[in-house]
Design a protein around this ligand. Structure first.
Ligand SMILES: Cc1cc2nc3c(=O)[nH]c(=O)nc-3n(C[C@H](O)[C@H](O)[C@H](O)COP(=O)(O)OP(=O)(O)OC[C@H]3O[C@@H](n4cnc5c(N)ncnc54)[C@H](O)[C@@H]3O)c2cc1C
Ligand code: FES
Length: 283
């Protein structure tokens, strides 16, 4: 994996909705090697506050201009400071990191994208690349309408978007995984490949459905990351191997992922580590 350190210039930054921001960065070196599903470790500013870099996925990659975008939610100190930066300022990046999504080689198979909250970010570049000559549907859920990016922002002509909110304030009322199942059960759409990113309980729901229905699924998983380059071992997840189902093995989200197939993770172990345990979709 070829990664580099680069000083990136902020091209623009805008508040899209509530605590969600979109930032465009010029980083020709990193962009020339970037693939959808990969990420950068971004130093929000020099000094000790915050000490660690923060991981962000590529939400758009513009090879021609040598620029990329991130779409992020302000959740703590690092993202708050990031949201206050202005065009022209510079941030230090390490990237591109991780394995990235594998794009479909069959030009016509129908695809489903399943996104929970800000998990829509890494899916946007994949959708842009695969969205012609095939049926593509995006299943996009959030807790409430106030956290849901509007359809015109998504700007993906030809893609049918199914919205869901947990509180029923927009679209289907309930979990996005439930809406996905409902649409499949209704007939007329059957994906042959799934791409997904969102909260762990949602990802588990997607993985369970994919395994039961023998549909390949690529899931972008998150983990707390201190280094992003395989050095701190802080992002380890228990992995599953069909050859040795009982073996204690671990993968590192930063190097082996963040994209994993549905069957490569020991979901029961990860879910048991969550406190409180998440409410599981599909159960
Ligand atoms: C590979 C990868 C790609 C990511 N891509 C994006 C993206 O495109 N857009 C985006 O908004 N966010 C993304 N994230 C999450 C993002 O890195 C964190 O939200 C950010 O680091 C929080 O920094 P902070 O200083 O604002 O918050 P902190 O003060 O560090 O944390 C605030 C709260 O957020 C939680 N948190 C922090 N990091 C994570 C994480 N990785 N997973 C789950 N909870 C976390 C903390 O436990 C804490 O409760 C990604 C994470 C990973 C691992
Ligand atoms: S974040 Fe340090 S090993 Fe993955």
């Amino acid at each position: 994996m070829e990664k580099m350190i680069e000083e990136a210039r902020i091209v623009f930054q805008e508040r899209v909705l509530g605590q969600i921001f979109r930032m465009r960065l010029s980083a020709p070196g990193i962009v020339s090697k970037a693939r959808p599903g990969q990420f950068v470790m971004l130093r929000v500013r020099e000094g000790m506050d915050p000490l660690l870099r923060r991981p962000f996925s590529f939400s758009r990659i513009d090879l021609e201009k040598g620029e990329f975008e991130i779409l992020y939610r302000v959740v703590g100190r690092g993202t708050l400071l990031l949201s206050r930066l202005s065009p022209g300022e510079r941030v230090n990046l390490v990237g591109p990191l991780g394995n990235g999504f594998t794009l479909p080689t069959d030009g016509a198979i129908p695809l489903a994208f399943i996104a929970g909250g800000i998990g829509v970010a890494p899916l946007l570049e994949v959708i842009a690349r695969v969205n012609s000559g095939r049926e593509v549907r995006l299943f996009y859920g959030a807790r409430t309408a106030l956290e849901l990016l509007p359809e015109d922002f998504l700007d993906i002509p030809g893609v049918r978007v199914h919205f869901a909110t947990d509180d029923g304030s927009f679209g289907h009322s309930g979990r996005i995984t439930a809406l996905f199942q409902e649409v499949i059960a209704g007939g007329g759409f059957r994906p042959l490949q799934i791409y997904s990113c969102g909260p762990l309980a949602m990802q588990y729901g997607v993985a369970k459905w994919a395994l039961e229905n023998r549909t390949p699924a690529q899931l972008s998983l998150e983990s707390l990351m201190a280094c992003g380059i395989g050095a701190c071992l802080g992002c380890a997840l228990p992995s599953a191997s069909p050859e040795e189902p009982g073996a204690e093995r671990f993968v590192h989200v930063c190097e082996d992922g963040p994209i994993f197939s549905a069957g490569s993770i020991q979901w029961n172990k990860i879910l048991a580590q969550q406190s409180p345990p998440p409410t599981l979709a599909f159960n």
